[in-house]
Design a protein around this ligand. Structure first.
Ligand SMILES: NC(=O)C1=CN([C@@H]2O[C@H](COP(=O)(O)OP(=O)(O)OC[C@H]3O[C@@H](n4cnc5c(N)ncnc54)[C@H](O)[C@@H]3O)[C@@H](O)[C@H]2O)[C@@H](O)CC1
Length: 491
């Protein structure tokens, strides 16, 4: 798990550390890491010596980092020029260091540029880019050919704590950040503008709180969490997932969510719904019944997609909500919740509930769009509904009712196609039935689903069927699932 911290948490940790160090130490550490990364890029592009670097320098310490890094590069033979957004407020010692190393302040953009270092704004940014900083960012975006851009700490123009992009912002190829990840590196449209994020350790980690603002799962989490069958497992002890999706009118939703469920760790998949005669020919291992009440015991339910919103669908949803097992609600089930007629059933549940809205479903349910702060939006809905909320997006957010929040790093635009959400809900339901706590189930499902989307995209345009098919190899590689038969050793 990689922890992500908000600006106030970073500032507090930096202050605690700075109190123990000579002034300027942290900036020197930051600038050293930044200069190292710039030199690597210049070397990769053909050479450091005599290359040309433009520093975009804002009025704060972010500009100071850029200036000190520029000074280090100038000492390695790089031609370094600085464009200052606010000359009177540029970091004075950093500017003196740059000049002493042979760098200079530029009156305008030079003709040849190998690398731009974006030190306009860092974690002190508020709102959309303004004034000369905005002009410089616009001019940078218009450069042709586009030079490589390395952002200092964060790409200028992004909402550091939210990942929002409220106006023009710098698009970086690489972001060199200090101490820890911030939300803008991992969530919202800002995450795309960060490019490749590289973390420079400046020593603040021991001073950061144990409880981060946000968490990002990694492959080690997935391998540790994914339920695996043991030698005495059977289909029931592995968990039984019930899938109440699709209908005679929309059988595809049933088939897709079942294919997601079948790729998960549950030992048995039951289906309940009016597509019951259609699902068994496609998925012979599924046990199908026309209604939730006839389906038999399960350890988790998946309900919603393709279910419809008529009386029958509402009755099926009521049956699912009454079950004392984890329940995942998606699509039509979310629509059925909107008028509030089932809010009592929802709030009375003791077992976990997981909601998986996309933005429009979120808006219908919450009465407002998720807005600029997607993490806060997911947390708000999670607290209100006492559910785990998986807010779908390029960087899907998972939040629990107590405020714990995760962001998925594996999303891909390839998943923006019909039916992939059904595959996700089936997989997530199978993880719930397999016994994973609901936040982990949601995080793990989003992670594997994103990777499967990427894998499917390697062979061409992606359909939901391709994503479902790609889940198996993805999960095998994530969980190191044993293949073959272990040799029996003589005693
Ligand atoms: N605090 C520390 O200990 C360290 C800070 N470091 C660097 O310092 C940065 C933070 O420095 P600062 O706190 O000086 O903040 P910034 O360098 O982000 O600058 C903030 C200033 O920019 C202006 N500004 C804010 N929003 C603007 C907007 N939308 N458009 C135009 N101008 C705007 C305001 O004048 C504000 O005072 C970090 O991101 C990092 O790069 C590093 O040197 C590591 C150590």
């Amino acid at each position: 798990m990689r922890p992500v911290y908000r600006v106030a948490q970073v500032r507090a940790a930096e202050s605690a550390l700075m109190a123990t160090l000579p002034p300027g130490t942290l900036m020197q550490r930051a600038a050293a890491g930044l200069a190292r990364r710039c030199a690597v890029t210049l070397r990769d592009q053909g050479g450091v010596y005599a290359s040309r670097v433009v520093l975009l320098v804002g009025p704060g310490d972010n500009g100071g980092d850029a200036l000190y890094a520029g000074a280090k590069l100038a000492r390695q033979g790089v031609q370094v020029g600085a464009l200052l957004s606010d000359p009177k407020r540029a970091h004075a010692e950093g500017l003196a260091a740059l000049r002493a190393a042979g760098g200079r302040v530029l009156p305008d953009w030079p003709r040849r540029i190998d690398l731009v270092v974006d030190g306009l704004l860092g974690i002190g940014a508020t709102g959309a880019l303004r004034g000369t900083a905005l002009t410089l960012a616009e001019q940078l975006a218009a450069l042709d050919p586009r030079p490589t851009v390395i952002a200092v700490d964060v790409a200028s123009g992004v909402g550091v704590d939210t990942g929002d992009v409220p106006g023009t912002a710098v698009r970086a190829d690489v972001t060199v950040t200090f101490g820890c990840l911030k939300p803008a590196h991992v969530v919202g449209p800002a995450a795309v503008l960060a490019g490749q994020v590289e973390l420079v350790d400046i020593g603040i980690m021991p001073h950061l709180p144990a409880d981060p603002a946000l968490r990002v799962a990694d492959t080690a989490d997935l391998a540790a969490w994914w339920p695996q069958p043991g030698p005495i497992s059977d289909k029931y002890t592995r968990g039984v997932v019930g899938v109440a999706t699709g209908s005679a009118e929309y059988p595809g939703a049933a088939l897709l969510s079942l294919s997601g469920a079948l790729a998960g760790p549950a030992g048995l998949v039951r289906y309940a719904g009016s597509a019951h005669e259609l699902v068994v020919p496609a998925h012979p291992s599924v046990i199908a019944a026309p209604r939730v009440a006839d389906a038999g015991r399960v350890q988790a339910w998946v309900c919603g997609s393709g279910l419809g919103t008529d009386e029958r669908a509402a009755g099926e949803l009521r049956s699912v909500l009454a079950a004392p097992v984890p329940v995942l609600l998606d699509a039509d089930a979310i629509t059925l919740l909107v008028d509030g007629s089932m809010s009592g059933e929802l709030r009375r549940r003791d077992a976990p509930t997981v909601l998986t809205p996309h933005d429009r479903e979120y808006a219908r349910l919450a009465g407002e769009h998720p807005g600029a702060d997607r993490v806060a939006a997911a947390q708000k809905l999670a607290a209100w509904t006492r559910s785990v909320v998986l807010l779908k997006g390029d960087r899907t957010v998972v939040a629990g009712p107590s405020g714990e929040a995760w962001v998925n790093p594996t999303g891909t635009p390839a998943l923006a196609t019909g039916g992939t959400g059904d595959v996700l809900s089936g997989l997530l339901g199978s993880l719930l039935a397999g016994g994973l706590p609901p936040i982990r189930a949601a995080v793990a499902a989003a992670y594997a689903h994103g990777l499967a989307g990427r894998l499917a995209a390697t062979t061409g345009p992606v359909t939901a069927v391709d994503v479902a098919a790609a889940l198996r190899p993805t999960i095998a590689s994530l969980t190191h699932a044993p293949i073959g038969v272990a040799p029996v050793r003589p005693r």
